[in-house]
Design a protein around this ligand. Sequence first.
Ligand code: CA
Length: 228
Amino acid sequence: MNERILIIEDEEDLVKGLKINLVDEGYEVDYALDGKVGLKKALSEKPDLILLDIMLPGMNGLEVCKELRRENMDIPILMLTAKGEEIDKVIGLEMGADDYISKPFSIRELLARIKAHLRRENRSGETISGLVQLETIKIDFEHYKVIRKDVEIDLTSLEVDVLRFLIQQDGKVVTRDELLDKIWGYEKFPTTRTIDNHILKLRKKIEVDPNHPRHILTVYGGGYRFVR
Ligand code: CA
C-alpha cells in the first residue's frame, strides 16, 4: 500500500504544488487548509506522515502538533516554518515535531527528508547492542557503560534497558506509560514519577549538561524522546 501524507497548510498554491510532487513520488496525499480540520483528518485518517504549517487559521500548527502527541499519534511530523518563525521551531520540537523545514524550501530537499523519516519509521524495532556512538558520548551496551570524555560511567541493567528502548524508538516520542509497560512491567507498580526520577539520574550519567539535555528530551505533554 502507498504511504499516506497529510498536508496541513493554508497556502493553497503551496498545497497544490506539494500535492502534485508527492503524488508523483507515489504517495497518497490528502490536505487541510485549516488547523482544526487538519487535526480531525489526522486523527481519523492516521496518515504515515504529516507536513504541518505553523501559522494556520482555526488552530495553529504548534497546538495541532501538541494535540496529536497527546492522542499518542507517533508518526513523523515535519513542521513547515516561515521566515521569522525561528523560535517556533524550537517550540515545535518541544511539542513533539520530528523536524522542520524553512520556507521557501526546495521540493527535492523536502522529498529527501520525507523519505528519511518514513524509512526511519519502518526501521525502528531493530535490536541495539554493542557500542553505540552518539554525538557527545559512546554507550557500551555489552559492558553497561557510558564513555563520556574518556571517562567511563557504570550503568545499571535497568538504565541499559531504558536507554536501549529509547534509542530503538529512533526519535519517536515514548510516553511514560509505554516505558512503564515495556521496561518495568506492571508487577512492580512504579508510578510515572518513578520514571521521571530514573530519567533524571540517567541524564546525569549521559548528558554533558543534564540541565540542558542533548539526547534525552522531554516532550511537553508526551513523554520522552531520544535524539542521537
Ligand atoms: Ca500559513
